[in-house]
Design a protein around this ligand. Structure first.
Ligand code: SF4
Ligand code: MG
Length: 388
């Protein structure tokens, strides 16, 4: 299978009065077309900042400070090639190397995002149907327009707030009958009963689960290549969570879209994902298939996370059961040791120097940022060296 996103060495920093905060650093990820990839970690591990970085929605005082985000799309590559030849390599466009407006034109078209709180993506004073119809029209305008004009379909602001506003503020009511019809169809697709009637209702008339479904419909309106879902079911009760996750799975299978799912919940990962990356202190410390990470676990942090049986309930508490604190991400406090060293039961002198990522298997599918994964690692060494 081919990659759709190739993220290389991505770093996002926040410039605060206390210093530079390395929220995400040296982040590498290749997403395969049509897969569901889960990023799991505690709050503060940088997983949401990663999602915002991919959507180019990092707000001041944050800024992406390095790295590339390669997006594979033959027609987009073709359109970018003439103006930005250095940003294009075959079918792959480095989104960090094209101007902001061209990059932003992909939001709500090639890339969609759903959030924990659906209320934040709907305008309370417009009907749900109107807002989904608007998302349909954004996509239609983008498709109808020559690519050079696509850049103008989004506002100039570079922020999450403006993204949500642009999604939530239709310029006109049902500009076309066809967009209304498509909105109703989408509501039906996500399992809203009586969709034609519900389309004319306002967000407050929807239950939490129904509004979450409507937000998914809005995200699907753009027929995205990549759907980024940040804790999409966290606010819902367990039964509804399961229904929404199953819905996302079905929609993924039907559309072939790629999903990047951000969650603190290992049960959600187990239910949804093909592959998973465990995030700690701004970087992925273990990645692989579900079997690699859940059954052949190497990283002591992952082992700690898995200290409980993954299910939809209760895993959040277990994440905090690993003793010690998440390290400071302040640049001048991070130091050179393994970021997990202070909490790690296996820490040894070697760990005073930060480990790189090691491949555990021959095809490089399972990789781990820990000396325990080093090819010639000698388990006796840890015993000899002891804990520093
Ligand atoms: Fe623990 Fe050392 Fe591995 Fe870090 S590198 S997780 S301290 S064993
Ligand atoms: Mg978050």
């Amino acid at each position: 299978s081919e990659t759709i996103l190739e993220i290389d060495d991505l770093s996002t920093q926040f410039f605060t009065s206390e210093g530079k905060v390395n929220a995400v650093h040296g982040f590498d990820l290749e997403l395969e077309r049509g897969e569901v990839f889960g990023i799991v970690g505690e709050s503060g591990s940088g997983k949401s900042v990663t999602a915002l970085s991919l959507m180019d929605l990092v707000e001041s005082p944050g800024r992406i400070t390095s790295g590339s985000v390669g997006y594979r799309n033959p027609s987009f590559a073709e359109n970018m090639r003439t103006s930005y030849p250095d940003a294009v390599d075959g079918d792959l466009v480095d989104l960090r190397a094209i101007p902001e407006d061209a990059r932003r034109s992909l939001r709500g078209t090639a890339f969609s995002m759903i959030f924990q709180d659906p209320e934040s993506s709907f305008n309370p004073s417009l009907t749900v149907g109107e807002q989904i119809a608007e998302a349909v029209e954004v996509q239609q305008r983008a498709t109808a327009m020559p690519r050079s004009g696509r850049a103008k379909t989004r506002g100039p602001e570079y922020s999450l707030g403006s993204y949500l506003m642009s999604m939530a503020l239709p310029s006109k009511r049902y500009v076309t009958e066809s967009s209304r019809a498509r909105a109703i169809e989408l509501l039906e697709t996500v399992g809203i009963p009586d969709p034609a009637q519900r389309a004319d209702e306002y967000p407050h008339e929807y239950s939490g689960g129904m509004l979450q479904r409507a937000m998914i419909a809005q995200a699907l309106a753009s027929e995205p290549d990549v759907l980024i879902a940040d804790e999409p079911t966290t606010a819902l009760d367990v039964t509804i969570q399961a229904q929404i996750l199953d819905l996302l799975n079905e929609l993924q299978a039907e559309t072939g879209m790629t999903i990047l799912l951000i969650t603190h919940n290992l049960g959600v990962v187990a239910r949804m994902c093909d592959r998973v990356g465990v995030m700690y202190a701004g970087e992925i410390v273990e990645r692989g298939t579900l079997e690699d990470v859940f059954d052949d676990t190497v990283h002591p942090y992952t082992k700690g996370l898995l200290g409980s049986v993954p299910d939809l309930e209760g895993t959040a508490d277990r994440l905090q059961a690993i003793s010690g604190n998440v390290p400071s991400l302040l640049d001048h406090e991070m130091g050179d040791r393994c970021y997990f060293a202070d909490r790690c039961p296996k820490a040894m002198d070697t760990c005073l120097e930060k480990p790189r990522s090691f491949d555990v298997d021959a095809d490089g599918r399972h990789s781990v940022t820990c000396y325990l994964a080093e090819e010639n690692y000698d388990p006796d060494r840890a015993l000899e060296e002891g804990r520093f």
